[in-house]
Design a protein around this ligand. Structure first.
Ligand code: NAD
Length: 261
């Protein structure tokens, strides 16, 4: 049996024998749905400079808000048309098989929920792109409505009610993390026995600490990524490849209930 095949069977075995399995996803789980990640070739940070998108700049400068909305308008188009892929569906299957404690996602694209994961099982650490809020009066708008304004030529949309600054409900660099989601993610990571990273370069903090937190508290750690990460050395299994193909095969192996290798 090839090394990769045996790793897939090994991970399936761990899933079957673990009591609390956490799946932790990053932008790489959604590239096969047509949403570019940030750091791969062709990713968002090859076109834009992340320095321009700090929260402090957004709230203090009209020019920064204009640049932000230009990037956001462009990024939202593939996101709005995206469909869940095999990886999202396989993760939703794990829940149906009773094998999932939760999905902790850095993604903002809502694709886990659209693939069938229960919303209460999905912890969105970096917020969501499906809504926009006024930073002054907190009125919420569907993103679609704001996107329509942008496509009609608005450069910096403002709140209808109070004229305040609007911002997507995503977490920008320098913006506080959502406290409940962050605390819950760390609590769950400390008490799981298997933590599976899928499609994350593990460079965005504090999310990138979660796999090591789980490992330090006794969990097995699995990495499924196209490219290596600095944290691979801590993993019990590293599988390089497409998230969709690898996750589909892992879940097939869980369902087949094969003998341990
Ligand atoms: P990243 O761009 O830093 O890293 C993506 C990782 O996924 C890389 O290691 C790459 O090798 C891997 N990858 C890419 N395509 C893959 C595939 N098909 N199969 C397996 N692996 C694949 O992403 P990150 O670590 O999530 O950090 C970026 C930040 O940007 C996150 O905070 C996230 O909130 C946000 N983001 C979200 C989306 C989204 O919602 N879809 C998209 C881009 C960025």
């Amino acid at each position: 049996m090839e090394h990769r095949d045996s790793l897939i069977r090994q991970v399936a075995d761990w899933i079957r024998t673990s009591k609390k399995v956490i799946v932790f996803t990053g932008a790489g789980v959604s590239t096969e749905s047509g949403i570019p990640d940030f750091r791969s070739p062709g990713g968002v940070w090859q076109k834009y400079n992340p320095e321009d998108f700090y929260y402090q700049k957004f709230i203090s400068s009209e020019a920064s808000r204009e640049k932000y909305w230009q990037m956001s308008r462009e990024f939202y188009e593939p996101l709005k048309n995206a469909e869940p892929n095999e990886a999202h569906r396989a993760i939703a299957q794990l829940e149906k098989l009773g094998k999932l404690d939760c999905v902790i996602t850095q993604n903002i694209d809502n694709l886990h929920q659209r693939a069938g994961s229960s919303p209460e099982k999905v912890i969105e650490l970096h917020g969501t792109a499906v809504s926009v809020s006024c930073l002054s009066c907190r009125k919420k708008y569907p993103r679609e409505e704001i996107q329509a304004r942008l496509l009609k030529g608005a450069r910096v949309p403002l709140c209808d009610v109070c004229g305040g600054i609007l911002k997507p409900d995503t977490v920008s660099f320098g913006q506080p993390m959502p406290p409940r989601e962050t605390a819950e993610s760390f609590d769950r990571a400390r008490s799981c026995d298997l933590f599976i990273v899928i499609g994350s370069s593990l460079v965005v903090q504090p999310a990138a600490s979660l796999p090591l937190e789980a490992k330090e508290h006794g969990a097995k750690l699995v990495m499924i990524n196209r490219d290596p990460t600095y944290h691979d050395v801590y993993a019990d299994a590293v599988i390089h490849g497409s998230a969709g193909e690898v996750m589909r095969r892992i879940v097939e192996a869980v369902r087949e209930n094969p003998p341990s290798v």
